[in-house]
Ligand binder design. Sequence first.
Ligand SMILES: [Zn+2]
Length: 146
Amino acid sequence: MAVRTSVAVPPKVPEIRKGDTVVVLSGKDAGKRGVVERVIRRQPAPRGGRSMFRRGSSAGGVSVVVEGVNIAKRHTKPRQTSSTTDRMPKIQQGGILDIAQPMPIGKVMVVCSHCGKPTRIGHQTLDNGKRVRVCRHCGEQLEVKS
Ligand SMILES: [Zn+2]
């Protein structure tokens, strides 16, 4: 359809950015909303376990860490970590840590901050050439204010 120009952004630009509010579409946390803490471009190597990511997903290996979503409880023991950079040895407290695990970006959808609906992302190029993401529902920009 549209002619691709050579200045086009790479095809795998994550539509979701840090600071976005997203809603989870599937899994045990389906329906939950949270703020994106981190966007990970390449799926991290699974640490001695099975990957939770399916191969060949259309998301292109991008995953997101969403605050309060996809929590894994991690039990830790108290231990002293000797750090070479700090003078003070750190005492790491034992206990149960709630750690948000990355999840494939295809499992979440951005929630528009204007109309409050989960939405697909559209793109718009402003007069100054800046590309912005827009809500497909209300047409408002979805840029994260920092
Ligand atoms: Zn909207």
